[in-house]
Design a protein around this ligand. Structure first.
Ligand code: FAD
Length: 447
């Protein structure tokens, strides 16, 4: 039986995985590039809060942390759309009242996981030690510390070191030998994080229980609530062209752009200019690669294996689900590493490819379609079907609120449903007049 496990990267999926492996009784070493975020303020490169949904919650349940962490969440029941020059409206995430996604602090979640990790005597965490490379022939990894380099040997090495994974780079360097395939596709758009601070009385300046979207066709802005009353706002703009980052060079450019395009938000953003010029512009890319394992002695997972664009709010959820899928296979095959890895590779890739593709689809949906009447009719009908029939689930619900359906199945079935409902709503003026039994039968008979 494998004894010593090395997990590289104490981010979200690495720390979760390390905890699970420690719970299974392995001797685990978790090594992280950055300083300990509990004692050093880490400058966040990206999203201060994240949307946590059912797949992620299932993973937290696996390690016994779902209840305590859900207390730190703000429920978001739908997209609150801010059209330009018209009233805001809520587009619920589900036709069922008890379904919502959760805004959670990235740092808070990571810290809670690290605190839990340190309760296991068989789990050792080392910070400030970037992995430089992995030698898969000897199952060793080299790390950098102030004092110099050091090498760690393990029976099994997991790479959970995020989108710029050093473990994946080591695989890439041996592409020929490992038959390692890799692709990275940048999105035409980048992102910038901004802030809506709490109101003077400490409350929320805009609706608390929603994910706000300002869709502008070609670009957009979103905002997620934080427990302190603030919102983390993310602006998604093209790199170049009209309404792009390249056009926003001066304070006046930024203020004018916001006043014209996001007038109802700008009045709540007193630090807009400082935030805009002080915060980095983040790139967005989809990374796909395969195989994820070497010799059944090492495996990459999470963003290291499949970084996706953030528009379905599923990157972390999918990374957490990797750990659940791995763990369930490990259980099923009675701790047989070879079988577990083989089945993991064979089944998981389809699903992470599916969520990567769905995330790109959702970029266009959020940016271009959410304010479009045909799309809204389809969405309204979907909500009514979900409300009326237990058996009906929209694509969004299958991805977000169902931790049993694999992403690939949710994508395939969901896309067919979407096409059918759009067709069904083509010449409809009033969705409330539709016969729901007939609509459901139409979908079922044509799927
Ligand atoms: P990470 O969280 O990136 O963790 C990797 C860890 O490895 C880090 O701690 C890093 O410091 C460490 N590391 C890196 N290199 C090394 C090295 N060489 N040696 C040692 N350690 C190393 N997902 C959602 O589910 N919901 C959302 O709402 C959502 N919103 C997002 C918004 C934005 C703008 C972005 C960019 C992403 C968003 N995501 C969201 C995706 C989510 O952030 C990632 O999918 C998730 O963080 C992946 O977790 P991970 O543990 O695999 O990687």
């Amino acid at each position: 039986m494998t004894k010593k496990i090395l997990v590289i990267g104490a981010g979200l999926s690495g720390t979760l995985l390390a905890i699970r492996m420690a719970q299974r009784g392995f001797d685990v070493e978790l090594i992280e590039k950055r300083p300990d975020m509990r004692t050093t303020e880490v400058v966040e490169g990206r999203s201060i809060n994240l949307a946590l949904s059912d797949r992620g919650i299932k993973a937290l349940r696996m390690i016994g942390m779902d209840e305590e962490l859900q207390k730190d969440c703000i429920p978001m029941r739908g997209r609150l759309i801010h059209p330009l020059g018209a009233d805001t409206f809520l587009s619920p995430y589900s036709g069922r009242k008890d379904k919502f996604i959760n805004s959670i602090s990235r740092g808070g979640l990571n810290i809670a996981l690290l605190n839990k990790a340190e309760t296991y005597p068989n789990l050792k965490v080392i910070f400030n030690a970037p992995c430089l490379n992995v030698n898969f022939d000897h199952n060793t990894a080299v790390f950098q510390k102030d004092s110099g380099e050091f090498e760690v040997h393990a029976d099994f090495i997991f790479g959970a070191d995020g989108a710029n994974s050093a473990v994946r780079k080591s695989m890439f360097e041996q592409s020929h030998k490992l038959h390692f395939n890799f692709s990275q596709e940048y999105l035409s758009h980048a992102y910038k994080e901004l802030v809506i601070p709490p109101a003077e009385n400490g409350g929320f300046r805009i609706e608390k229980n929603a994910l706000h979207i300002w869709p502008r066709g070609g670009y957009m802005m979103i905002a997620l609530p934080n427990l302190d009353g603030s919102f983390t706002v993310t602006l998604f703009l093209g790199h170049k062209g009209e309404n792009s980052f390249e056009k926003l060079k001066t304070e006046k450019d930024v203020v004018d752009f916001f006043q014209v395009n996001f007038p109802d938000a700008v009045s709540h953003m007193p630090t807009l200019v400082d935030d805009f010029f002080g915060n980095p512009t983040g790139l967005l890319a989809t990374i796909k690669c395969f195989p994820w394992s070497v010799e059944n002695r090492s495996l990459i997972l999470g963003d290291a294996a499949h970084a996706i664009v953030p528009f379905y709010g599923q990157g972390m959820n999918a990374s957490f689900e990797d750990v659940v899928v791995f763990d369930e296979l490990f259980e099923k095959y009675d701790g047989d590493w070879d079988l577990t890895i083989e089945r993991y590779n064979a089944t998981r890739k389809n699903d992470t490819d599916a969520i990567a593709d769905l995330a790109i689809d959702n970029f266009y949906e959020m940016r271009d379609k959410v304010a479009n009447p045909a799309f809204q009719h389809k969405r309204q009908l979907e909500m009514k079907l979900e409300n009326a029939f237990e058996e009906y689930q929209s694509k969004y619900s299958m991805v977000t609120f169902n931790d049993e359906i694999p992403y690939s199945e949710a994508m395939n079935k969901g896309r067919r449903q979407d096409d059918l409902l759009l067709k069904y709503c083509e010449n409809i003026e009033d969705v409330t007049k539709l016969d729901l039994d007939e609509a459901l039968n139409y979908v079922k008979n044509n799927l």
